[in-house]
Design a protein around this ligand. Structure first.
Ligand SMILES: Nc1ncnc2c1ncn2[C@@H]1O[C@H](COP(=O)(O)OP(=O)(O)OP(=O)(O)O)[C@@H](O)[C@H]1O
Ligand SMILES: [Mg+2]
Length: 311
């Protein structure tokens, strides 16, 4: 859907992004991660032409992006970022409705969509008429995400969208983005500093350093087949084991047809949380139930140690 071919961007004669080739598949959630100043935001902004590339080629749906009108392109791509605030004099409703209004949606349709998004992001209707200065930082950030989602864009670009949030709200919104992604199959490109957030969300992970892509692939590939010491160090050698666990689900490893006593855990729980359960309960095996709370099987502590690539 989006293709970068040897793309380079210079600022004052210095390359901020060098020779980047990247293929973003339709429906995939791609996470750009890397050290500060490695060129992640620049790469993201080249997708919707907030920044114009100097060399190479970027295409969207097969079309060279320079040939698409920049404003038309931006309307097809939701964009949420940490630092750029909302329009300060506009109400929450008007902020969220920015793109739908540009697209000429009816008042009823806009109003219904705003209600839907407020609920989705865990805010009630009383927020509708507030202005940005009457919101906490985290609430503003959620409105920013709602605004990006408002017109059901083909692509969602997110630059550290949860940066200002506390860990609990952050985890909720991460789950929300994962859910939106699964339900709508929308193409998402997300920039983050947070390794665990990246591993949780990414179908495809792109690690950058000094303007270049160091390695790209699935989270499992980057963790188990790091291309260099830089990659290994970036993901933290010491935490590698638990990080690998966070990629898999209990259902993948549960032995079906067995059963045991105790409070069951969900098949959808990730293996890292399951490890905590084993430790806190001091048990060697735990019963597992499916989404309908029906018995599915048993997870054995020893099976956790084997490790298995998530499907
Ligand atoms: N408008 C600009 N003018 C000049 N240099 C810039 C500009 N924007 C970015 N840069 C430089 O380009 C490089 C890449 O910046 P970029 O914002 O893409 O990094 P980043 O990976 O998003 O970093 P961070 O994680 O800190 O947000 C940096 O060295 C930065 O100083
Ligand atoms: Mg950045």
């Amino acid at each position: 859907m989006i293709q970068f071919d040897k793309v380079t961007k210079y600022y004052q004669g210095r390359a901020a992004v060098s020779d980047v080739s990247l293929h973003i598949e339709k429906g995939e959630l791609t996470v750009l991660i890397g050290t500060s100043g490695s060129g992640k935001s620049t790469t993201l902004k080249m997708i919707n032409r907030l920044v114009e590339h100097d060399e190479g080629r970027i295409t969207f749906g097969g079309e060279e992006i320079r040939r698409i009108d920049a404003r038309a392109l931006r309307r097809r791509m939701g964009y949420a970022i940490q630092s750029i605030g909302l329009f300060p004099h506009w109400t929450v409703e008007k902020n969220i409705a920015t793109v739908p209004a540009l697209l000429g949606w009816s008042r009823e349709k806009i109003s219904a969509r705003v209600s839907e998004l407020l609920i989705l992001l865990g805010l009630d209707d009383s927020f509708r008429q507030r202005r940005p200065h009457q919101l906490s930082g985290g609430q503003q950030q959620r409105i920013g995400v709602a605004r990006a989602l408002a017109a059901d864009p083909e692509v969602l670009l997110m630059d550290e969208p949860f940066g200002a949030l506390d860990p609990v709200t952050r985890a909720t919104l991460q789950q929300e983005v994962a859910r939106i992604h699964q339900l709508s199959g929308r193409t998402i490109v997300l920039v983050t500093h947070d390794i665990d957030e990246a591993l949780f969300l990414a179908d495809k992970l792109v690690l950058m350093d000094e303007g270049r892509i160091v390695q790209q692939g699935t989270p499992w590939q980057l963790l188990t087949q790091p291309a260099s010491d830089f990659v290994r160090d970036f993901f933290g050698r010491a935490e590698l084991g638990v990080r690998l666990l966070s990629l898999g689900q209990v259902g993948d490893l549960a032995r079906q047809g067995e059963w045991t006593d105790g409070e069951p855990i969900a098949a959808s729980m990730n293996l890292r949380e399951a490890l905590s359960q084993f430790i806190s309960r001091q048990q060697e095996s735990l019963p597992v139930v499916d989404n309908q709370q029906q018995p599915l099987g048993v997870l054995w502590f020893n099976d956790l140690l084997r490790g298995k690539e998530p499907q």
